[in-house]
Design a protein around this ligand. Structure first.
Ligand code: ADP
Ligand code: ZN
Length: 739
């Protein structure tokens, strides 16, 4: 408890440092680090978190804390330590990290809430019943949230009627409800999804061996990072589940991170089956109220297992016994906006702070993680065989260039792939067809004058979507109806160049007229629940062929799939990205891993224009260590991670000249800084996507061996670029996307 007259308050906003506020007499001795307070900021009042106390104010004219919002510590010290670490490492402010880490309801000034009090004598109507039901199910909600849940239904009037009867209380604060909710902790609310309790299979020798080597660590705790490298279908998930059971038996909580919740319905089924009623799921589809409710259940230890995507690394788990990061190589762990943190890397830091083991699992570990395992920083655990002695699928690489027996059908399917698709369908088995690009044609180009249809807001060509008879910008969503005449020369010679999943689906419908064909990409899954519907149909065997983007490559375990076709592997290999080969190896291995997971063996056909590339050679024989060796050599030579580290600085703004000048000045100023650790300063240069959403983009790349030196230089850059609306600086430490 702080008895000091001043408190340091972090406000979830891009403020450089926590701000100093005076503690009013009535709150002295009642505030502690980790409690929320309401503070004046400019003309607003905002929610902040107390992060420290001071005897004297270092600045003049400090304002007073308006109100305390909690009467017990909401954010424990270890949680704040993680946030401080992230702020330091990712060159952000503590407030920015808190904004990324806390659910919105905890951040807003949500002082007026409605809460269920007791059953009413009688109900006025349907709206009253629904509002009451929502409050009983979800816990206290702000009236505004209720109005969003039941739009245009007269929620306010319903609340008034219910309050008049004493069925609902309105106007209390969150903290009161926290106390009330704690009292009811013994009876947690019903869980979200159903599912009968399920039993674990008999473990394979390899699984048992891995778990035996983990046992002491899981029982006794202590920080250690374990890299579980297991081929696809080797039963990694089963290892996680057992480890989590051990942790639960010890009375502690587990946190499991997955790349994207929507892509892992099966994992959720398994978690619910194994820990019925004990699982909290955090995902982006939650309403603010739902998120808050889960947050609360986690913070109070009501659930033993927490699962979520990258931001769940900030879940308020208190008695952490284990963190699992499934598919640790997956790029979706990287946050690409605001504080650009990496969920996997923060998970390891969190494990160190919490003093618990962290398991990173993958069939295709990131180069960084495997490098750490090789160097002895992580302990390597291996599952080398699929369960029940199922063979790994055979992989054929087909050269799309010259020398083919005949031209590919519709320009998409080589004779071997088409033959295999037909055979597989005749035998009533399922085929997965993968292409890393959606839409019908990549772009439209005029054969007369060379004009390409482009987005007016981004320096990107527009992708043609046949089903909607329009061209779209995949970056900003701009839409333009298809025209027949070239907008530049007027000739009727606009033609389709390149192809995406929509075109693949079209071609397949002609080539396999009897097949039941589905498609899973961002176009077919934009409606709520659509993705799960497609997946469940695929799982049940209601589809013979599923065409899709990387959405279909991840984690699915469908026994009927015996053939996987990769239409054009080069689409990821040719990206201007030093990780292109790694990405391609991963995607081929992962998508191949979907084949032959049940009794029948699987087969994979990969089409490419560069069959000799080492990423195909090693993927073909499922040889990760050889791929690692080859890729490592390339990275070492060119000075890329994991041998040197990168910080990407991007400047953007609506005024092209302003951005250009600012970028040049920044690079010049950075070169004048003391640079004892020889950080390389590359650039400035226009970004590969030179304009996005009407903002012009320039970049500077920092490269070096010393992370502290890189961090210091990045912090200098932040200081050198004055905060303004016209030109903004974005700092990306350990960047993944430099387009
Ligand atoms: P991975 O995560 O390594 O791809 P999973 O854990 O999903 O593998 O396991 C693949 C399939 O094998 C799943 O259907 C799972 O239920 C099953 N499985 C896992 N371990 C065993 C085991 N010991 N015996 C039988 N089946 C198993
Ligand atoms: Zn655009």
């Amino acid at each position: 408890m702080g008895n000091h007259p001043f408190a340091l308050v972090a406000v979830p906003a891009p403020m450089p440092e926590p701000l100093t506020y005076a503690v009013p007499g009535g709150l002295r001795g009642r505030l502690a680090v980790g409690m929320r307070v309401l503070v004046p900021l400019g003309r607003r009042r905002v929610t902040g978190v107390v992060v420290g106390f001071e005897r004297a104010a270092r600045v003049a004219g400090v304002k007073e804390i308006a109100e305390a919002l909690d009467d017990e510590v909401l954010l424990e010290e270890k949680f704040l330590e993680l946030c401080r670490w992230a702020a330091d490492y990712y060159v952000a402010s503590l407030g920015e990290v808190l904004a990324a880490a806390l659910p919105p309801l905890l951040r807003t000034e949500s002082r007026v809430v409605a809460a269920f009090a007791r059953e009413p004598e009688d109900l006025h109507g349907e709206v009253d019943r629904q509002v009451l039901e929502a409050l009983r199910e979800r816990g206290p909600l702000a009236p505004a949230t209720l109005s969003r849940l039941f739009p245009r239904r007269g929620v306010r009037a319903a609340l008034e009627r219910l309050a008049a009867q004493g069925a609902v209380t309105v106007g209390e604060r969150l903290r009161g409800h926290m106390r009330e909710a704690r009292r009811r902790r013994a009876a947690p609310p019903a869980k979200t999804a159903g599912g009968a309790p399920s039993r674990a299979p008999v473990l394979t020798d390899e699984q048992r061996e891995v778990l035996r080597s983990l046992e002491g660590r899981l029982r006794d705790g202590g920080f250690e990072t374990l890299l579980l490298h297991g081929v696809t279908g080797s039963g990694k998930t089963e290892v996680y589940l057992h480890a989590m059971e051990t942790v639960r038996a010890g009375g502690r909580q587990s946190l499991i991170l997955v790349p994207e919740i929507a892509l892992t319905p099966q994992l959720l089924d398994r978690l619910e089956g194994r820990f019925p009623g004990d699982v909290a799921v955090l995902h982006s589809g939650l309403t603010p109220a739902e998120r808050w409710r889960h947050w609360w259940r986690i913070a109070h230890g009501v659930v033993k297992v927490v699962v979520g995507a990258r931001s769940a690394v900030f879940a308020p788990v208190r008695d952490l016994g284990l963190i699992v990061v499934d598919e640790e190589h997956d790029y979706s762990y990287k946050q690409e906006e605001g504080v650009r943190y990496h969920g996997r890397d923060l998970a390891v830091v969190r494990g160190r702070i919490a003093g618990c083991p962290v398991i990173l699992g993958s069939a295709t570990p990131s180069l960084e993680s495997y490098h750490n395992a090789r160097g002895g920083r992580y302990r390597l655990l291996e599952l080398t065989r699929r369960v029940q002695a199922r063979p790994m699928p055979g992989v054929d690489v087909v050269d799309l260039k010259a020398g083919q027996e005949s031209a590919p059908a519709e320009g998409l399917f080589s004779p071997p792939l088409l033959r295999a698709l037909r055979e597989n369908q005749e035998q009533g088995r399922q085929s997965l067809v993968f292409l890393n690009r959606r839409g019908f044609a990549s772009f439209l180009q005029c054969w007369s004058c060379g004009f390409v249809m482009r987005c007016p807001h981004c320096s990107i060509s527009l992708t043609y979507h046949l089903g909607r008879n329009s061209t779209f910008c995949h970056h900003c969503g701009y839409r333009r109806r298809k025209v027949d005449a070239c907008p530049a020369c007027g000739n009727l010679s606009l033609s389709e160049v390149g192809f995406g999943t929509e075109r693949v689906e079209h071609a397949l419908r002609r080539l396999l007229p009897k097949a039941r064909i589905g498609r899973m990409d961002r176009d077919t899954t934009s409606a709520r629940g659509a993705q799960e519907r497609i997946f469940r149909a695929w799982e049940r065997g209601d589809l013979d062929v599923l065409v899709g983007t990387q959405m279909v490559a991840k984690g699915h375990d469908v026994g009927g799939v015996t053939l996987v076709g990769v239409v054009l592997a080069d689409s990821s290999l040719n990206l201007p990205d030093f990780r292109a080969a790694e990405k391609t190896f991963q995607i081929i291995s992962q998508v191949a891993g979907r084949a032959g997971r049940a009794r029948r063996p699987g087969r994979v056909i990969v089409q490419t224009l560069v069959p000799g590339h080492y990423c195909f050679r090693h993927a073909q024989v499922h040889d990760y260590p050889s791929f690692f060796a080859a890729e490592t050599e390339f990275r070492r030579e060119l000075g890329y991670p994991p041998f040197r580290h990168l910080v990407h600085l991007r400047l953007d703004g609506t005024d092209e000249d302003g951005v250009t000048q600012r970028a040049r000045a920044l690079a010049r100023d950075l070169r004048r800084e003391d640079n004892p650790h020889e950080v390389e300063i590359l650039g400035p240069a226009p970004a590969p996507i030179a304009k996005l959403r009407n903002r012009y983009r320039w970049q500077i790349l920092l490269k070096g061996r010393s992370r502290p030196a890189l961090g210091a230089l990045a912090r200098r850059a932040v200081a050198l670029v004055p905060k303004s609306r016209t030109v903004r600086l974005h700092v990306d430490v350990d960047p993944y996307n430099m387009l």
